[in-house]
Design a protein around this ligand. Structure first.
Ligand code: SAM
Length: 245
């Protein structure tokens, strides 16, 4: 692509990513809290507030790279348990944790879990009212392909929302954040899971991901309209929005 996000070849990257998430699946939720100092919860809540799912039956959403279900669960709860959400992930270990959590929360009736690749969605065109992806798209080898797939499966009038780590746009925070991510995150990862390499990968994947404006341009390129973004916590994360009209 013209965005320079091509350090690891497509063929090498996905097996590496899969290995990371197979290893961390059982500890994934606790790691998220530790490494983001709990902030991921606030960012996810803000994403759902932006989506503002209607409280009506028949509203269908697709949560890609849905992992252990955080986004899908929040959507269903925000819709007063009216919405339906499909959690799609390439990794069966992450989905298994998600399905177990869904049982405990008694949300299973509103959910299904699909093991598939974001680059090749096993759904008909014009199927969903919303497509969400949180902290997932930077792991996908061909982001442009995933975005085109998002466009294809959305209905006309459907909404794309992408929550992802982004470029810190606050002067002091960026230095603190660098220290945190390059030193603390891999160390915590090692402490909790016994393995440092997966977390080094995660930190590097954040560095390589396009910044807010470049990523917005990629979303437009895939066909979306009214593309915009909102920074969270000085740009540590950003929410990108687009519409299929
Ligand atoms: N969305 C969840 C959340 O916010 O807690 C999970 C995010 S987790 C950091 C990234 C997820 O992306 C992992 O579960 C991983 O298996 C998944 N993933 C990586 N590559 C993928 C691909 N090509 N297609 C679908 N999912 C993928």
């Amino acid at each position: 692509t013209s965005f320079g996000f091509r350090n690891v070849g497509t063929g090498e990257k996905q097996p590496l990513v899969n290995d990371v998430f197979h290893k961390v699946a059982k500890r994934y939720d606790i790691m998220n809290d530790v490494m983001s100092a709990g902030l991921h919860r606030a960012w996810k809540d803000a994403m759902i507030a932006a989506l503002n799912p209607p409280r009506r039956e028949g509203y269908r959403t697709l949560d890609v790279a849905g992992g252990t279900g955080d986004i899908a669960f929040r959507i269903i709860e925000a819709s007063d348990r009216k919405a339906h959400s499909t959690v799609l992930d390439i990794n069966g270990s992450m989905l298994a944790v998600g399905a177990e959590r869904a049982e405990k929360k008694k949300l299973s009736a509103n959910l299904d879990f699909v093991e598939a690749n974001a680059e090749e969605l096993p759904f008909a065109a014009n199927s969903f009212d919303a497509y969400t992806i949180a902290f997932g798209i930077r792991n996908v080898p061909r982001i442009d392909v995933a975005l085109k797939e998002a466009y294809r499966v959305l209905k006309r009038g459907g909404r794309l929302l992408v929550l992802e780590f982004s470029e810190v746009e606050m002067p002091l925070l960026d230095r603190f954040y660098d220290a945190w991510s390059f030193n603390a995150i891999p160390k915590f990862g090692k402490l909790i899971t016994g393995d440092e390499a997966p977390y080094q990968y995660l930190v590097e994947s954040i560095r390589k991901f396009p910044n807010q404006r470049d990523f917005a341009a990629m979303i437009k390129e895939a066909g979306f309209s009214r593309v915009s973004f909102t920074n969270y916590t000085g740009g540590i994360a950003a929410l990108h929005s687009g519409w299929k009209i």
